[in-house]
Design a protein around this ligand. Structure first.
Ligand SMILES: *Cc1c(COP(=O)(O)O)cnc(C)c1O
Length: 364
């Protein structure tokens, strides 16, 4: 069993992907070829956002979003410490200060009730992370942001395809950023990402920042980056789109099966998925009772079942980010880092695979 089975996924759509790749090799427009605009149009339609801007990675998506939103040195950006490091990294890269707000223990997403106390006159944006494939309380976050004139940037790197109160991930706030890193719910075969917005001015700014801030060729109206997604990677994502809806539904179904099966495993609870949203289980993550994680991991190792820990150290405790930790700390995030682990998850897992994982967790 693979932790994420990309080979089975490729075999299932090999003809489509191969012919998409060959088409790019034939026309030879490797940068900003026709597949780039085609993918942007299809992804915008899928999410419901007016604009999609493809970029070099999920990290670049977040960076360009912050630059387009005008976040500058001295500003503060509220986010969660329980995420992949890129979420906070981009805040520091634009010279702003990450302000960490603790998480809810049952979903590991940002705890909305703690946000308002952290807003200061310098706060410019909030970056909620749709961790493990489930969106945060976006309506409440958007309301807080509206009251304080802040931009909300959803880090949707793990949640492409998920919904919240009928809205697709990426289209539930001013800006949404996703990643096409191979292991994400919608992946390419290298690095790639996309930004979504329905704000015309922001979309124009993002398109310019993506290509060195140029408004037209060799005319630079703002400081940008080299942040394009190449044509081949866009073609690969296009080759995967026909199966996307099936994969999203399959991920949701596998998540429910896992949850039901885990009810029979003592000392382990899966993440809670709230009733007004879906999770695409970018990772299928569970939480072990105090002191039991090592026992479960040992059992998985013995049964040769791969696992991962997302994430073993919260960002506010990483050496490069400790200076941004709040004096009171983030207790729920710290506790989660010591208790969670992720089980194999990808749309091509079988029911028999799930049974094998559950048997291993039970130690028999
Ligand atoms: C993967 C990930 C990113 C970064 O995406 P890349 O494409 O690897 O740059 C950012 N945030 C979260 C939550 C992620 O999981």
């Amino acid at each position: 069993m693979e932790f994420i089975d990309l080979k089975a996924q490729y075999r299932a759509q090999q003809d489509e992907i191969d012919s998409r790749i060959r088409a790019v090799l034939d026309h030879g427009r490797f940068i900003m070829g026709p597949e780039v605009a085609e993918l942007e149009e299809k992804l915008a339609t899928y999410t419901g956002a007016r604009h999609c801007v493809t970029v070099a990675s999920g990290t670049e998506a977040l960076l360009i979003a912050l630059m387009a939103a005008g976040v500058r040195p001295g500003d503060e950006v509220i986010t969660t410490p329980f995420s992949f490091v890129a979420t906070a990294e981009v805040i520091v890269l634009v010279g702003a200060k990450p302000v960490f707000v603790d998480i809810e223990p049952d979903t590991c997403n940002i705890d909305v009730s703690l946000i308002e106390a952290k807003i200061t006159p310098r706060t410019r944006a909030i970056i909620p992370v749709s961790l493990y494939g489930q969106m945060s309380d976006m309506d409440e976050i958007n309301e807080i942001a509206a009251r304080h004139n802040l931009v909300v940037i959803e880090d949707a790197a793990q949640s492409f395809g998920a919904t919240y109160r009928g809205k697709r991930s990426g289209n539930a706030s001013t800006i949404g950023c996703t990643s096409f890193f191979p292991s994400k719910p919608l992946g390419c075969y290298g690095d790639g990402g996309a930004i979504f917005t329905s704000d015309d001015a922001l979309a124009k700014a993002m398109r310019e920042i993506r290509v060195h801030g140029q408004e037209k060729r060799y005319y630079h109206t703002r400081v940008g980056v080299g942040g394009r997604m190449d044509t081949l990677q866009c073609a690969i994502v296009l080759g995967k789109l026909p199966r996307l809806e099936w994969e999203v539904e399959r991920r949701i179904a596998l998540g429910t099966m896992y949850q039901d099966l885990l009810a029979s495993v003592d000392g382990l609870v899966p993440m809670v998925v709230r009733s007004d949203r879906t999770s695409v289980h970018g990772q299928f993550t569970v939480r072990a009772d105090a002191g039991l994680r090592d026992t479960f991991l040992q059992r998985l190792s013995e049964a040769k079942i791969p696992y991962a820990i997302h994430y073993p150290t919260p960002i506010d405790q990483q050496p490069a980010y400790r200076e941004f930790a709040s004096p009171e700390g983030c207790a729920a995030s710290t506790a989660a880092a010591g208790a969670v682990f992720s089980l194999p998850m990808s749309p091509d897992l079988s029911e028999a695979d799930l049974d094998k994982v559950i048997r291993a967790l039970k130690g028999n």
